[in-house]
Design a protein. Structure first.
Length: 203
């Protein structure tokens, strides 16, 4: 029956035909691909001018994940003023089935201050690392051992230790939390040396 049904384009009045042409022209201008379905019917009777569906080939026969259209008379039908509108509904389960497996989150860098002066300097260092795209964990409480336990708890890839001695020499101590190896990295405004060491660790 659907195969033999006449196409809806044979029954459009001039206004609807012109409107539909403008819609397609806009899609073409924006480079948005679409396929014209001359037998597409939405199940609600208040649509005007345009109906659409978003479909995928990844879910078998039930490939429609979203559908909607324009309904200029809906607000008035519900007792409001004449107001044009466009809306859609989506199948949340179908959309979820299309989401690829998410990559594992990046392991953070733990900034570990030791001493009062370091606690003042640590937030600036942490923010600078974040501005360069690193996830950073900064703990404020406890002694060094407790803060290192926190770094292990959050599965940090490396710890950047900063204390009075490091501040005096303008360096930080970088500890590989997988191997336990540690070395110093000189500090500079762009953190270039520290970031190079972190890249070498795969952080």
């Amino acid at each position: 029956m659907a195969r033999d049904a006449p196409p809806f384009t044979d029954y459009l009045v001039a206004e609807s035909s012109q409107f539909f042409d403008r819609v397609r022209t806009g899609l073409d201008r924006l480079g948005i691909g679409y396929r014209l379905n001359l037998q597409l019917v939405r199940g609600l009777d208040y649509y005007t001018h345009t109906a659409f569906e978003f479909a995928t080939t990844e879910l078998g026969a039930q490939g429609t994940v979203m559908g909607g259209g324009r309904y200029d008379g809906l607000v008035k039908l519900m007792g409001g003023p004449e107001l044009p509108g466009v809306g859609w509904a989506a199948g949340i389960e179908r959309l979820a089935m299309l989401i690829a497996e998410l990559p594992a989150p990046r392991r953070p860098i733990a900034v570990v201050p030791v001493g009062e002066a370091a606690e003042e300097a640590a937030p600036t260092l942490a923010e600078a690392l974040r501005n360069h795209g690193y996830p950073v964990d900064l703990g404020y409480s406890g002694n060094l051992a407790r803060r290192m336990r926190r770094a292990n708890h959050v599965k940090a890839r490396a710890a950047v230790l900063i204390g009075d001695d490091e501040i005096a020499r303008n360096v930080v101590t970088l500890r590989d939390l997988d191997s336990g190896e540690q070395n110093e990295a000189p500090m500079d405004p762009s953190l270039s040396a520290l970031r190079a060491r972190l890249r070498a660790l795969g952080a």
